[in-house]
Design a binder for this molecule. Structure first.
Ligand code: MN
Ligand code: FE
Length: 336
């Protein structure tokens, strides 16, 4: 660790209450991008979804299964993510502009939690079913346990950043939540739910997933910049064996999400199936690997180029009413 130089993890040289002058401009940029996408679930009408959900045969059993599995996964994954920010990351990341972003992100996770309350209430779903799926559905449980395990060591009250090993533990946590949970697991779920929206089914939930996707793309851009900065300032922690461990975990995450997709879509719906999701996962995992300076593994083409278009749309524009000429590329969000 660089003990004598001002750096992100060297709290003794950083006053957490002195945000100006800003040292890490990227953290401030992500904060402003988050604010620019401000939204609340109640802005989105659910009447059409309620009608479709209740109309016999309109939403097929296979579509219902996919919707329920994703509501079950996301409803609890949002609070797992929020808990990690507030209880683990915030304590150890003392840089004030990063903390400002973490507070914004925590607020956005509260909005996402609210979104699932709103969806359950609107559709009249049984909360005891939805909110226990992370324990009762094996493919969801396996994903959550994998991420929670990656973050256990920094939740230990005695954990402190004192040496190279502790920096690796922190990086392991950040990869677990920002890259794997938000950057890989969430994206397959987004693709499934937004595929329904493209078929004019469950459009209110779909619109809320669009807003959430834009929030999450900023979360993981921040996470990747945080990881990249920690590595740049502490290169001794980014050893070949640690890099190999991280790559293996990302590959394992792709397999877990693929198993989940097979469970969500045992027969496929509306031209979407688990193998297309697998391709998207491989494409996405490669992008995440590259973003944190690791080699790609799969070199698979993107089967869903429409996903990147959604991220680039202005908040005010409805996806279906927007022409290609109105797309706006947010320079900082180099994710698709
Ligand atoms: Mn979220
Ligand atoms: Fe998030």
């Amino acid at each position: 660790m660089q003990q004598n130089k001002k750096s992100l993890l060297n709290c003794s040289h950083t006053d957490p209450n002195k945000i100006l002058p800003i040292q890490y401009a990227w953290a401030r940029t992500h904060y402003k991008n988050g604010v620019a996408n401000n939204w609340t679930p109640e802005e989105v009408p659910m009447q059409q979804d309620v009608e479709q959900w209740k109309k016999p045969g309109f939403i097929t059993d296979d579509e219902r299964r996919m919707i329920m599995w994703n509501l079950g996964f996301f409803s609890t994954a949002e609070s797992l993510t929020a808990n990690n920010i507030v209880l683990a990351v915030y304590k150890h990341i003392t840089n004030p502009e990063c903390r400002q972003y973490l507070l914004r992100q925590a607020f956005e996770e509260a909005i996402h939690t609210d979104m699932f309350i709103y969806c359950c209430d609107s559709l009249g779903l049984d909360p005891d079913e939805v909110y226990t799926m992370y324990q009762t559905v094996e493919s969801i449980k396996a994903k959550d346990e994998f991420v929670v395990d990656m973050t256990k060591s920094i939740l230990d009250p005695n954990f402190a950043i004192t040496d190279t090993e502790s920096i690796q533990k922190l990086l392991n946590d950040l990869v677990g939540y920002y890259v794997i949970m938000e950057g890989i697991f969430f994206y397959a779920g987004f693709a499934m739910m937004l595929h329904l929206l493209r078929n004019q089914k469950m459009v209110g939930i779909g619109e809320q997933f669009q807003y959430t996707l834009r929030d999450e793309s900023t979360h993981l851009a921040f996470g990747a910049d945080l990881i990249g900065t920690i590595i740049a300032e502490n290169p001794e922690a980014w050893t070949d064996s640690f890099k190999a461990t991280i790559t293996e975990k990302i590959k394992k995450a792709v397999d877990l999400e693929h198993a989940y997709a097979q469970d969500c879509l045992p027969r496929g719906i509306l031209g979407l199936n688990a193998e297309l999701i697998r391709q998207y996962l491989e494409y996405t995992a490669d992008r995440r690997l590259q973003r944190i300076g690791l080699n790609t593994v799969y070199n698979t083409n993107n089967p869903f180029p429409w996903m990147s278009e959604i991220m680039d749309l202005r908040k005010e524009k409805n996806f279906f009413e927007t022409r290609v000429t109105e797309y706006q590329t947010a320079g900082q969000l180099d994710w698709d």
